[in-house]
Design a protein. Structure first.
Length: 233
């Protein structure tokens, strides 16, 4: 297993999710290391970019440019500070404070090669719209790391989620709501939605992982997956 975040520990300090080294390093193996080839020279869209960790990892893997979209302004500031700390070339990245769906609706077509949707897809109710917009803006690859419901049917399980917690949804409906509806897809639903937008989906083989499982129990138990979808030609 790679130790990317051991070499870049500032992201462990600025994370407001689960800053466990074994978790972030394991996720890096799945999100970047498994298909490092897709990042070479790519224009990357990082939706729900948090403190910039995955935009940074994509650039280190060879991406030409990354645009991070994060709704919470204080996390955008963290991302900017992190990139400055590590001396990343300012011409290679941009962070935007925006609602994800609103940003995508306004984005120019054919503007990105890879779309990252990491730890976000189960904190929204805009699932199909996001995937359709990823296709519209040109993404050949979509990487989705998400919690799932364990159901063989293609379903989305809805629940209410508090907006004050930075690990949860924003108030995408407006009006200062304390909670909003979000949907957790099943694996079959994820594949169906991606197929409908013209993508073939493969999954990182978490079950074959060798080594320490600390802080990765959700992947081991199958309640979270990492999908890499490729647009059909």
């Amino acid at each position: 297993m790679g130790r990317f975040f051991d070499d870049h520990p500032r992201f462990l300090e600025t994370s407001e999710t689960r800053p466990a080294p074994n978790r972030l390093n394991g996720r890096h193996d799945a999100i970047v290391g498994y298909r490092r080839d897709i990042y070479a020279g790519a224009r990357v869209l990082d939706l729900g970019s948090h403190d910039g960790r995955w935009s940074f990892a994509a650039l280190k893997a060879g991406a030409a440019r990354a645009v991070g979209v994060e709704a919470r302004p204080h996390l955008v500031r963290k991302a900017e500070d992190n990139f400055a700390h590590y001396g990343m070339d300012r011409d290679r990245y941009e962070f935007v404070s925006s609602d994800a769906a609103a940003y995508l609706r306004a984005a120019a077509p054919e503007n990105f090669d890879v779309a990252l949707c990491l730890g976000f897809f189960y904190h929204t109710a805009h699932h199909m719209e996001l995937i359709a917009q990823f296709e519209r803006v040109g993404a050949r690859y979509i990487v989705i790391d998400t919690g799932i419901v364990q159901d063989e049917r293609p379903i989305i399980s809805m629940k209410m989620e508090e907006t004050a917690d930075t690990r949860m949804s924003i108030d995408y409906m407006g009006g200062g709501r304390r909670a909003v509806p979000v949907g957790i897809p099943s694996r079959a639903a994820l594949v169906l939605m991606l197929d409908g937008a013209g993508y073939d989906t493969a999954f990182f083989p978490w079950s074959e992982r060798k080594g320490e499982w600390t802080a990765l129990e959700d992947y081991r138990g199958g309640t979270r997956v990492t999908a890499i979808a490729e647009r059909r030609r």
